[in-house]
Design a protein around this ligand. Structure first.
Ligand code: C2E
Ligand code: CA
Ligand code: CA
Ligand code: CA
Length: 276
């Protein structure tokens, strides 16, 4: 081992320690975020492509830390999944949705709000009971709520199945999220009781381009139809994408073309505007 090797070794060890420390401090911050009440939720409108109306929204978790910096859920959700804090976050999001959206849903009971679940939420019973209690307290029925579960969340299907059935039996709707990006086998998919399939942005992006992968997107649409699932296209950014989806019979969509994630107050205004 020459001097260069030695220096590299020291640098590498330093880097590993640095990364571990950052991760640990981030974990500590995540803990403290609960006490400091730093989480909130934004709502991205879901549009009915046949009428142009807003039929509901997806609740997306947000964390603004002590320095006022927004941390992406792509960072803190995986961290929370890894360190066992995700269930607390899920509960917090459910509380916030019930607090924010109760009035909106009472004025228009046909609207539905979607909440994202992690696979960890599916491995312990109780998520549906927690939600039912919260909703009952706010005078809401389960019909106005949907849970989104990623394909990855269905990776250990036998564990997930029981919870999923209970969620469905509780009157909640269920969507499979990020469809096409995981490895769920189609035979399993057919045995779940799902209501919606969300076509991932990755596939929506291919529409209107001559990429051969746009054919894959069309197959996914046909697959969903043959399974009797309703579809929500994600990440729609252009009118061309919207038009192709509509032609192909995809009924619902969300994306920047229609609206970015927003406060519940803005969502209320958005719904009124989209209806006129
Ligand atoms: P997701 O569930 O697939 O949510 C869609 C993401 O795409 C959101 O990012 C949304 O803001 C973004 N998006 C929507 N429309 C467009 C568009 O037209 N263009 C582009 N470029 N992006 C668009 P966000 O809010 O950063 O969330 C990222 C991911 O974090 C979510 O992906 C979801 O997997 C996870 N996540 C967010 N909130 C929660 C939560 O409460 N619980 C759990 N378990 N996961 C969550
Ligand atoms: Ca989602
Ligand atoms: Ca998604
Ligand atoms: Ca995604």
């Amino acid at each position: 081992l020459g001097p260069v090797g030695l220096i590299l070794g020291v640098l590498l060890t330093g880097l590993v320690i640095y990364i571990a420390q950052r991760r640990m401090s981030m974990e500590g911050e995540l803990q403290a975020a609960f006490d400091r009440d730093e989480f909130f939720v934004e709502y991205q409108p879901v549009i009915d492509l046949r009428t142009g109306r807003c039929v509901g929204a997806e609740a997306l978790a947000r964390w603004r830390n002590e320095e006022g910096k927004l941390i992406s859920p792509n960072v803190f959700i995986p961290l929370a999944e890894a360190n066992g804090m995700i269930q607390r976050i899920t509960t917090r999001v459910m509380e916030l949705v019930v607090r924010d959206a109760a009035e909106l849903l009472r004025t228009d009971p046909k609207l539905h709000i979607a909440i994202n679940l992690s696979s960890e939420d599916l491995h312990t019973h109780g998520v549906e009971d927690r939600m039912k209690e919260l909703m009952a307290g706010a005078g809401m029925g389960p019909g106005s709520l949907m849970f989104e579960i990623t394909e990855r969340g269905l990776m250990s299907p036998d564990k997930a199945r029981g919870v999923l059935l209970a969620v469905r039996a509780g009157g909640f709707r269920v969507a499979i999220d990020d469809f096409g990006t995981g490895h769920s086998s189609l035979s399993y998919l057919a045995t779940y009781e799902l209501d919606f399939l969300k076509i991932d942005k990755m596939f929506v992006d291919t529409l209107g381009t001559d990429a051969p992968t746009s054919l894959v997107t069309f197959h996914i649409i046909e697959l969903a139809r043959s399974l009797g699932l309703q579809m929500i296209a994600e990440g729609v950014e252009t009118e061309a994408q919207r038009d192709i989806l509509r032609e192909r019979g995809v009924q619902y969509a969300q994306g920047w073309l229609f609206g970015r994630p927003m406060s519940i107050h803005k969502l209320g205004e958005f719904i009124v505007q989209a209806a006129s």
